[in-house]
Design a protein around this ligand. Structure first.
Ligand SMILES: [Zn+2]
Ligand SMILES: [Zn+2]
Length: 396
């Protein structure tokens, strides 16, 4: 039996245990940077496999090591661990027991897959030359992102530059399939907070007011120029406002309006330029109308770039593992992901794991109250990642 066949059969043999692990994590979700029980549980599972080289990183994260029989290259495999402030609506036996908190982004599946991967690699470590770093990373969902904290840790910095591999579940992709995108894959993300100040009062006497609602309306419309007129048509950009608060009444104009939104793109220089232009635009519109506008920017993650050589190699390896019909090419995606931080400094490959199943009715999107996965994806989630790790160590 060659190494690939060994991995396949071990993934099949071990997967029931890791379906249970995923369900445990799903039932006990914890918010970003509060993953204390999750961290303790994962540590216990790693120790049960036999892994003892486990360092704590970023307070609630873990960096574990599996050494092969001989010295060689090193590869890092990453899973995130945090859940979201969402009330789960699924009526399943493993639904969240922590009301208002839910693994609606599949990070439970990422962690369970990496544990399965760890158990497989531990089992075949005599066949490996080199070492594997298993990174269980907290706080993916919340800026500044756990990745940026992990990267400040000595245990991580001591590794130097090395290939990073990560995966994310994708309900739009049927279970059994995985997808790769070479080069720029996911967008940078900045959070925008605008406060428009005017002078409120009785709606029947506009001549004595400075109407912040009208100013806000102009700002919302005008700001789209950033995407439609100022951005190059060749650079994808998105500006979306999802929260507008003008807390007056039918005949009361409020003193101020709050707007929150997000700006996303794939180009570092344009990102900086766009945010400067936005600030100038919103402040001058507000001033021109007699009010003022303050723009606060919470700088989020950079764009995620998949190394072209590594990604091509990983895609070829995935074809060996799953067959060409199960490995698809992906378009760049405007979602953001803090794995991007690693990708700016290391050759990286972040790919998507199909978890959708129309026949079973599993199709809800990420970050929804009814998000779930087809758990058959876990066998691939763990097995394929083990195979990609082996391929990185130059073994076949
Ligand atoms: Zn998410
Ligand atoms: Zn996620």
């Amino acid at each position: 039996m060659d190494v690939r066949e060994k991995i396949e059969s071990l993934a099949q043999k071990f997967v029931p245990e890791f379906v249970a692990v995923r369900r445990h994590l799903h039932q006990n979700p914890e918010l970003s940077f509060q993953e204390y029980d999750t961290c303790a549980y994962i540590k216990k599972r790693l120790q049960a496999i036999g892994i003892t080289d486990i360092a704590s990183v970023a307070e609630t994260g873990l960096l574990a090591t599996i050494e092969g029989r001989q010295k060689g290259d090193t590869v890092l495999l990453r899973a995130d661990m945090d859940a979201l402030p969402i009330l789960e609506k699924n009526k399943v036996s493993y639904a969240s027991k922590n009301d208002g908190v839910m693994h609606a982004c599949g990070h439970d599946a990422h962690s369970a897959s990496l544990l399965l991967c760890a158990k497989i690699l531990w089992e075949i470590k005599e066949d490996l030359n080199g070492s594997i770093k298993l990174l269980f990373q907290p706080g993916e969902e919340v800026v500044p992102g756990g990745a940026s904290l992990v990267m400040q840790e000595k245990a991580y910095q001591d590794l130097g530059c090395l290939p990073h591999i990560g995966q994310h579940v994708q309900p739009n992709l049927p279970v059994g399939k995985v997808g790769f995108c070479s080069g720029k894959f996911m967008a940078s993300m900045d959070e925008l907070f605008l406060t428009i100040n005017g002078k409120g009062g009785h709606g029947a006497m506009p001549e004595s007011l400075i109407d912040p609602v009208l100013i806000a309306s102009h700002i919302i419309v005008a700001a789209q120029q950033l995407v439609s007129r100022m951005a190059s048509p060749r650079t994808p950009s998105v500006l979306s406002f999802g929260k507008v608060i003008a807390n007056g009444a039918v005949n009361i104009v409020p003193d101020e309006v709050h707007i929150e939104g997000t700006f996303r793109t794939f180009d570092k220089a344009w990102r900086k330029d766009a945010l400067q232009r936005l600030e100038k635009l919103v402040t001058s519109i507000a001033e021109g109308m007699g009010g003022s506008c303050e723009l606060k920017i919470n700088h989020g993650y950079p764009h995620l770039v998949n190394d072209t050589v590594l990604t091509q190699d990983m895609k070829s390896a995935a074809i060996e593992y799953l067959g060409s019909k199960n490995v698809v090419d992906l378009e760049p995606w405007m979602a953001a992901e803090d794995f991007a931080y690693y990708s700016q400094k290391n050759p990286s490959c972040f790919y998507l794991l199909g978890v959708g199943n129309e026949q079973k009715g599993i199709r809800s999107g990420l970050h929804t109250q009814t998000f779930d996965i087809d758990e058959n994806a876990l066998e691939i989630g763990g097995g394929l990642m083990a195979w990609l790790a082996v391929k990185n160590l130059g073994h076949s």
